[in-house]
Design a protein around this ligand. Structure first.
Ligand code: BMA
Length: 320
């Protein structure tokens, strides 16, 4: 289909990028890949900021409408603590926030860049000022993790993306379960990378946390294809059964969103759209994404349109 005739499901905010390194109150290299949540009536972003050594930390930004007038913390909000948390030696990256129902706390799943490679860590907070670290919950290499907001038969569930040492088949998206957020097991593959020429044939990973809808858990994931011009990071949709999140009931054939604008095409890493957070209010979803590993941008979509598009593009007749 001609690109020009594709009806955009996600519509870019005309004022993009919404936050760049020039908006930070201290010097840094880049600001991108932010988690998002509502705190009271405000939208909070927990942004990945890469400093001028190349090490990332997380900084909070708050806005009344989730679009502009962002108030950014004067100092980094959560900094790597390699003295007590050795796994954070080369920084903390790409957070995803989930409000845990019944706990009155948010959980943050983030990537710690350890000497053994990137791994998944969890922390919780009640105010985005004090954080309680649970430490590493998945060994390297593993990233792109987020929790579901509810328990399934008494267990928490987490989506993540381990990288296999087994050659030939790309890294898949996995799901694991835990009684206490600390000890994880019952690991299984949830969504596989495709093969050959597909847009998501080299690697895939969860983007924002799963979103509860009447049709099931809506999943937005990034898919990577490596070309002679470098890797292209695009986004696809999937749907999981509401009671059994190990069951994939829909997955899109096409990508639903990809790099097209200059702030997505050119930056520290070209041709990347990388969301780590979305906020749903009634039928409207605001998606916050990193553009080319350099800035933060916003796109909006209607939940009903996303689900309608996924139904039309679903490759799962029965599960996967
Ligand atoms: C992924 C992560 C993201 C980054 C993306 C593109 O592996 O490291 O933080 O945005 O690559 O460089």
């Amino acid at each position: 289909m001609n690109k020009a005739h594709f009806k955009e499901v996600f519509r870019r905010y005309a004022g993009n990028p919404i936050i760049t390194v020039k908006d930070l109150p201290y010097p840094a290299n880049s600001v991108f890949n932010a988690a998002a949540t509502k705190v009271g009536s405000e939208t909070l972003l927990l942004m990945r900021v890469e400093d001028r050594r190349g090490i990332s930390h997380l900084t909070a930004a708050r806005s009344k409408d989730g679009i502009d007038n962002w108030r950014i913390d004067d100092q980094p909000t959560l900094i790597p603590g390699p003295k007590s948390h050795a796994e954070e030696i080369w920084g903390i990256e790409d957070p995803r926030i989930t409000f845990l129902e019944g706990q009155e706390r948010w959980a943050i799943a983030y990537t710690a860049y350890s000497e053994g490679g990137p791994l998944v860590c969890l922390a919780t907070t009640a105010d985005f000022k004090c954080f309680e670290r649970l430490g590493p919950v998945m060994p390297p290499e593993d990233k792109d993790a987020a929790l579901f907001p509810v328990r399934f038969a008494g267990r928490w569930a987490m989506i993540h993306r381990p990288v296999p040492t087994f050659p030939g088949r790309g890294p898949h998206i996995w799901i694991s379960f835990s009684p206490d957020l600390k000890h994880w097991g019952d690991h299984r593959i949830l969504i596989r990378t495709r093969t050959g020429g597909w847009w998501d044939s080299d690697k895939i990973g969860l983007s924002p946390p799963p979103l509860k809808t009447d049709a099931g858990w809506l999943i937005l994931y990034h898919g990577v294809r490596t070309t002679v011009g470098g890797a292209i990071y695009r986004l696809g949709l999937a749907l999981l059964d509401i009671d059994d999140p190990t069951r994939v009931i829909a997955r899109s054939d096409e990508w639903v969103f990809g790099p097209e604008k200059d702030y997505e095409l050119f930056g520290d890493v070209d041709k990347v759209v990388f969301p780590c957070g979305w906020v749903a209010e009634d039928d409207e979803v605001r998606l916050y994404y990193g553009g080319a590993d350099t800035c933060l941008a916003l796109a909006t979509a209607n939940l009903s349109e996303m689900l309608g598009w996924l139904k039309k593009h679903n490759v799962c007749a029965e599960g996967q």
